[in-house]
Design a protein around this ligand. Sequence first.
Ligand SMILES: Cc1cc2nc3c(=O)[nH]c(=O)nc-3n(C[C@H](O)[C@H](O)[C@H](O)COP(=O)(O)O)c2cc1C
Ligand code: SF4
Ligand code: SF4
Length: 332
Amino acid sequence: MNSFSEAKKNLSIKIYYFSATGNTKYGLKLLQHYLASKGHSCELKPVENEESICYDCDLLGFASPVYGGCPAKIVLDFIGRSKTFEKTVPAFTVLCPCSTMGYWGSREIFTDALKEKSIQVIASLGFLGNPSHPIVLGSLNKGKPFVKSFADGTGRPNEIDAAQIKEFSGKLIDIFKDYTAGKKVKKPRYSRIKRWVSNTVRAREIELINETSLEVYGDKCVKCGICVKECPVGALSLDPYPVRDMSKCFSCQKCINYCPKHALYIKGIRIIGYYNRKKLNDEELLIKHTKGSTQRPRQKKPVLLRILSTGFGMVIVIMLRSITDKLLIQRE
Ligand SMILES: Cc1cc2nc3c(=O)[nH]c(=O)nc-3n(C[C@H](O)[C@H](O)[C@H](O)COP(=O)(O)O)c2cc1C
Ligand code: SF4
Ligand code: SF4
């Protein structure tokens, strides 16, 4: 079904996503909740369980956390191995970085990957998520406000995001209607400069992160194999403790997030203790953040990010490439 008529009021929406520590998934649960309240069906499909894109819906979504200024490799690989799009199902993207700067380039990279498959992106959503990498969490624990301002996603998604997601759920349907009615829709923002910044500067983060090593506390690990089962790319095996295959791992931290014994850690980084999404279950969070989210609360961006978000700020970032190394590597 690819044309929106008066007879077809309820859309079938499918969102392919990846979420290692739960932020992206939680934002999608909120989106699903708001779309369902308008009578639309919204199916959430984890990419690790899917072979390729299936176009049997009215509208497709693709959602990912941001890793080093890019959507997660597992999501890009999923799109990459899918067949080129032949029908006219439009799509939207969803990104969940831990910092406002995380959007830089990642939206553009997502759009380009989908364009390669002739998929038309008609809308994009972004909301912030709690920092998911132990290096960032480690830095935040010890960090000064300057460092902390690089992770304005601390404690997110929250009611700010819920209100934003609610607003998006309405806009998305309107854009879809216009698109299928053949009206011109405003394309999501695309910045060549930001894409370039991501490719040349931010990608360095992933190189640095991949140099870190995953360690196991032998006295805590009970060899239950949960981490092995949860790893989305089969990078872990038990021998007798978890061993990581670096050629497969893309540093998502899902294993650390899921270990019930907190037995996994990154060398040199103190125990993180928890990821915030584990404190409340999905239903409790939905109630917490959807109550009273009719108006979007004011979002106060840290001063540093307000400066860096300008063109002038971007020039500074490009010139100070080495800043990434200094900020990211906070070893004991
Ligand atoms: C390997 C790695 C790299 C990351 N790189 C970035 C980044 O470049 N920019 C950013 O804003 N957040 C970055 N993050 C943080 C995550 O994008 C953010 O915490 C996200 O909300 C996690 O989503 P999830 O809970 O759905 O896995 C990174 C996290 C990891 C694990
Ligand atoms: S989930 Fe934790 S306790 Fe279980 S095998 Fe993995 S590291 Fe060990
Ligand atoms: S081994 Fe790597 S890819 Fe697998 S869950 Fe852990 S961090 Fe993610």
